[in-house]
Design a protein around this ligand. Structure first.
Ligand code: LLP
Length: 423
């Protein structure tokens, strides 16, 4: 069966799926399965595509660490010049450990703790994307207590429907994210008077896996109206952060052409003297990675056929959580008969489905590749059912680098206390 589509960095050569120059079956041999495999060239190219499309605007591209926070991935992006969008002190520590520049970090998130604020202030982040009045007050207090001033954008909720899955839409007015549009001006005026705050920018992020431009344009126009109102109120801004959210192809989506997005933005930013910030995650790494898995068993009931594989919802939760589609293809073209089956994992949940009703030619022991798993794959992994997290391998040409080893069983209970301490 021909492949439906293979993302850049992956190809089929004489029936064998390759990542860059390496056959995936060799990687399965060397690192075992399940295993995340990334293409360095694909990730670098996606970052380059953003840079090139937006070149005339000289944006700061703050990669969203939550998409994939592996230290080697972060250091690759840092070396390419990326900044970072973080949502926790943990993500800040990752960025710093990977050699990222704190001066290129924006700190998003609705629930920043005082400790996280202090950590980010001491590190010298570029900006706090503040999401509520209460957070603004706390940030001013924390900064003042440290004798510092916090650079701030308000994350404004533009009440725009991104046309995406409801769980990943964040810019509608009933969402927990951001400051209500109607409250933003007054909150900026409050921010301008607070001792521990320096107003530097404005921010919005309307959702994820967005495949059309109009929601981005609508959000930008609303934000720019606010920028004007702020300027009239004597509050100039130095940057405008449009967030992330640009979608990718998982199945048959037609993703946004970045140059079109850039053109729409550039034509509207002409009168704005400040810098553009972007926070892409998925578009940088989503299609740059896959999850390699092996078929343990084929199981047939009168109603159904299953391929039970060694990866599961704890490794890749997107299909279970959002009914997300990930293309699943055989690693080696083979002569097994084709049949329609559900690809499921060993976890004890009915929802542990990686792909339902897939037409596949597989036998026991066959390797499968679950595509487009670079973003929100490993980073959303868990140890449910006491399953160690899989290794992660970054391929660069004909070299494979192990960038996270497979967890051991001891890793799973390393933080737990022996029962004798409790008795
Ligand atoms: N900036 C902020 C403030 C965000 O909350 C997010 C994602 C991003 C940037 C990056 O968005 P991206 O460019 O990757 O779409 N787990 C879900 C996606 C959740 C996205 C959360 N926020 C999934 O697997 O589809």
């Amino acid at each position: 069966m021909p492949d439906h589509f293979l993302p850049a960095g992956f190809s089929r050569v004489h029936g064998e799926l390759h990542v860059e120059s390496l056959p995936l079956k060799d990687l399965a041999e060397r690192f075992g399965t399940p295993c995340y495999v990334y293409s360095k060239a694909a990730i670098s190219a996606s970052f380059g595509e953003f840079e090139e499309a937006f070149a005339t605007l000289h944006p700061l591209i703050c990669y969203a660490v939550k998409a994939n926070g592996n230290l080697s991935i972060l250091s690759l992006l840092a070396r390419l010049g990326a900044g970072f969008d973080i949502v926790s002190g943990g993500e800040l520590s990752r960025v710093l450990a990977a050699g990222g520049d704190p001066g290129k970090v924006v700190f998003s998130g609705v629930g920043k703790s005082a400790a996280e604020m202090a950590q980010a202030l001491r590190a010298g982040v570029l900006c706090f994307n503040v999401e509520s009045a209460a957070e603004l007050e706390r940030l001013s207090q924390v900064a003042s207590a440290l004798g510092l001033v916090a650079p701030v954008s308000l994350r404004v909720n533009p009440d725009v429907d991104p046309g995406t899955h409801p769980y990943i839409a964040t810019g509608l007015k009933n969402s927990k994210f951001g400051v209500a549009y109607v409250d933003a001006l007054a909150l900026y005026q409050r921010a301008a008077r607070l001792p521990g705050i320096r107003v530097t920018g404005i921010d919005c992020h309307i959702g994820s896996q967005i495949t059309e431009l109009p929601p981005f344009v609508a959000a930008l126009e609303k934000i720019l109206a606010l920028v004007d109102a702020l300027s009239n109120a004597g509050i100039p801004l130095h940057h405008l952060d449009l967030g992330g959210g640009v979608g990718i192809r998982y199945r048959d989506e037609t993703p946004i052409v970045l140059k079109d997005y850039a053109r729409e933005v550039a034509s509207r930013l002409e009168g704005f003297g400040g810098r553009l910030l972007l926070e892409p995650g998925r578009r940088i790494i989503g299609n740059g990675g896959l999850l390699l898995t092996r078929v343990e068993y084929l199981k047939t009931s009168p109603e159904h056929r299953f391929a039970i594989v060694d990866a599961a919802m704890n490794d890749l939760i997107r299909p279970s959580l959002y009914e997300a589609w990930h293309e699943i293809v055989p690693v080696s073209t083979n002569t097994a008969p084709t049949a329609v089956m559900d690809v499921v994992g060993p976890v004890c949940e009915t929802g542990d489905i990686l792909g339902s009703a897939r037409e596949l030619a597989v036998a026991e022991g066959s390797l499968l590749a679950i595509l487009s798993a670079g973003a929100y794959g490993a980073s959303m992994g868990s140890n449910y059912n006491a399953r160690p997290r899989p290794p992660e391998v970054l391929v660069d040409g004909n070299r494979a680098h192990l960038i996270r080893r497979r967890e051991s069983i001891e890793d799973l209970y390393r933080a737990e206390l022996p029962i004798s301490d409790l008795l």
